[in-house]
Design a binder for this molecule. Sequence first.
Ligand code: TRP
Length: 369
Amino acid sequence: MGRIILTGDRPTGKLHLGHYVGSLRNRVIIQNTWEYDRMFVFIADVQALTDNADNPEKVRQNIIEVALDYLSCGLDPSKVTIFIQSMIPELHEMTQFFSNLVTVQRLQRNPTVKSEMAQRGFHDGAEDDNRRGLPVGFFTYPISQAADICAFKSTTVPVGADQEPMLEQCREIVRSFNTTYAPVLVEPEIYLPANMVCRRLPGTDGKAKMSKSLGNCIYLSDDPKEMEAKVKSMFTDPGHLRVEDPGKVEGNCVFTYLDAFVEPGDFEKFWPDYASLDEVKDHYRRGGLGDMKCKKFLISVLHDRLQPIRERRHFWEQDIPGVYEILRKGSEAAREVAAATLHEMKDAMKINYFDDAALIAEQAAAYKA
Ligand code: TRP
């Protein structure tokens, strides 16, 4: 069997450069250059609700933002099935069956869930203290995510490095299902960007990864002025006070972003004084190269990458009903695939009673007076 690619995003906000270098850019490359049987990209609204139960409006408004970001990055609905998670009710049945194969203890070890719990102030201690309790749906979302992946028999999941624990958990579920019932499910692999800096792009403040809740994002949909202002105020090397001072490249956001975005032709086009990023880094380390020059180069490079994305976004923004139509068609097509897998799962679990002529005949014979 060939490759089946699947990935998705929670619709809790617009997508940013971290999403872009971590996964979106790869998806478009995969779409256009890989051999695969099928590719699915979906908007994980059910998962978004696991920690936004009180704010369905946020999820509702962000479906279109994420869909626009997908289309503007170059995902092509004629090649990729784009769909909305909640439109596939089969996923919930699968989640239920999978949840019997996973222990509470195993879920508690999932490091991504642990750090997300800490971020959101969810805690799983005694009921009687005043902290926020842990929603069951949130705690078990790795199981639901395994259903997302398994429903399409995905082999390859392009996501950020923080999703590796989810993939590990999914593979365990697949093995457990296949040995307990019958080998119908497929173990997926994560697909990460080769370039290490792309796996976890820091925010413009140089702190943790780029994330909406930290307010350190450059969004794909930022206009050129917003993007420029954010780059200009970016964290660099706090020890690099005067241009002549030697500067540090490690931990310097501008260089991290250059590592993530620069392509071979960029120097010739935007900064012919240098032939490669290594030359720029050497000069910066020696001293004599100012932050602003580096930032200007980064701005040119980002403009060049983002401009086609902005143009495509503008095009699709003028056809919102058309975008929903793409999602509707994609959801219908995806549902057929998920329903077929669920059918196989139920056969394997032998809970297909009405189709089980042998069972009915055997019991009929046993009870015959
Ligand atoms: N957990 C992913 C995120 O936070 C979204 C997601 C849900 C996903 N289900 C998935 C990603 C299945 C890949 C495969 O971005």
